[in-house]
Write a protein that binds this ligand. Sequence first.
Ligand SMILES: Cc1cc2nc3c(=O)[nH]c(=O)nc-3n(C[C@H](O)[C@H](O)[C@H](O)COP(=O)(O)OP(=O)(O)OC[C@H]3O[C@@H](n4cnc5c(N)ncnc54)[C@H](O)[C@@H]3O)c2cc1C
Length: 434
Amino acid sequence: MKIAIIGGGLTGMSAAHVLAKAGHSCTLYERDDSLGGLAGSFRVNGVYLEKFYHHLFTSDRTMVRLIEDLGLGSDLVWNPTVTSTWYVNRIFRLATPLDVIRFKPLSLVNRLRLGSLAIIPRFVRDWRKLEEITAKEWLIKWGGRQVYEVVWYPLLRNKFGAYADEVAAVWFWNKLKLRGGSRGKGQAEHLGYLVGGFGRALEAFEARLRDLGVDIRLSSPVERVVIENGRATGVVSNGQREDFDLALVTTAPEILLRLAPDLPPDYRERLGRIKYLANACLIMKLKRSLSTTYWLNINDPNIPFVAVVEHTNMQRPDEYGGHHLAYVSRYMDPNDPYYAMSAEELFQAYLPHLRTVFPEFSPDWVETLYAWRERYTQPVVGLRYSQIRPPFRTPVQGLWLCCMAQIYPEDRGMNYAVAYGEKVAAEILESGGA
Ligand SMILES: Cc1cc2nc3c(=O)[nH]c(=O)nc-3n(C[C@H](O)[C@H](O)[C@H](O)COP(=O)(O)OP(=O)(O)OC[C@H]3O[C@@H](n4cnc5c(N)ncnc54)[C@H](O)[C@@H]3O)c2cc1C
C-alpha cells in the first residue's frame, strides 16, 4: 500500500515504523522543519533540550523499549526528583510520605487523607466507574474538602481553566497512579531522562525511518485530505496533490476537521466536541538555580503559571555548560493574551511572581530566554469520555485517525504516542487497509 501519514510526532513516526517494516510505502508529512512534535527539541549549548519539559515514568515501558531498540538504552537514567508545592507564600516539599505528614497548611487528619490519595488509585479495579463522576467529586470523596481546596483545585484550575469542574475522575486517578507509581528507594519519585536529551532518540528514530525507506517530508503541512466517492484517495501539501491508498492523520481532531471538510456531519460533530488546551512554555537559561525542586506546582490563583520545572534539578547543569534551565508553564485557551506573548513579554509578565516564589531571584541571573507554544497540547477529558473518543477508523474508507485525544483511560505522553502509533499501524495491517 501507498500510505500518507500526516504529523511527524511520535505517533506518526511509530506508525510509519511498523508500516514500513511490513513493507508498505510510507510518506510522513510534517508541518514543522523537524520531527518530534510536542516532544521535539532545540539545542542549548549544543545539547538537545525539549521545547516542553519531558521525563519518563517507570511505567513508560513502550518508550523505554523504543529507546533501547534505537541503541540508546545505556544513556537512559533514572534520577530521584523533588516535587514541591507553592502555597500561601511558601514552598512546601511534597516528595515523600514524610513531607506530606509535615504539610502544615492541612490539619493532621487531612494530611493523612492527602497521603492516602497516593495509595487509593492503586486499588481502583474498574476505572469505568470513574467516568461517571468529576475529579472534584472523587477527590472530595476520598480526600475531603480542605485537601481539595488547598491542593487539588488550584492545580485543576491552573491546568484546565474554565474546564476544571468538567474534568472526569478518570483523568485525575490516572495522574495520581502514574506519579505515585514512579517511586524508588525511600518512596522518592524517580523519573527517567535520556542523557543528551530525548532529541537524540528522535534523531536515531528519524535515521531508522529513512533506512526503512520512509519518505520524510519536513516543512510540508498537509492542507487537505482528498476524499472521493467516500474514500480517501490522496493529500494536498504545499499545493501539490499526491495519490495514496490510505491516509493516517495523527494531529488533533480539530485539524482533521479542517483538512477534510466533507466528513459526515455526525462524525464532525463528535470530533468537534473534543476540546484541547494550548500551552506556552517560557524557558530560562540561568546562572543560578532557583531552588532544589524539580517540579514546583503553583497552588495560587494570583500566579499566572501552573508549574516551574527546573530541568537541571533532574539532569546535571554541567551537561549544559554549567547553566541552569527552568521551564515556566501555562496551559490556556488559544485566545488567552499570554499565548501570543514573546519570551521577553512572558518573562516581564512573570517576573513579579517569580520574585514572590523565589525571593532571591534577580533578572540578572537570566542568560537567555526562549519560548515555545503549541495550540493542541492537552485534551480535556470530561465525563463519559469513552462515548466521545473516536475510534482509529473514521467513517471514510482509507482514512484513519490516531492522536492524543484517543489515549484513554491513560493520559497523553510519549509512551502512549509510541504505543498507540504502533497499535493503529497493527490495526491497519490487520484490516488490509480498508
Ligand atoms: C507542556 C508539555 C509537557 C509534556 N511533558 C511530558 C512528559 O514529561 N513526558 C511525556 O512522556 N510526555 C509529555 N508530554 C506529552 C508528549 O509530548 C505527547 O504526548 C507526545 O509527544 C504526542 O505525540 P503525538 O505524535 O501524538 O502528537 P504531536 O507531538 O502533537 O504530533 C503531531 C504532529 O503533527 C504535526 N502537524 C500538525 N498539523 C499538521 C499538518 N496539517 N500537516 C502535517 N503535519 C502537521 C505537528 O507539527 C506535530 O509534529 C508533554 C506535553 C506538553 C505539551
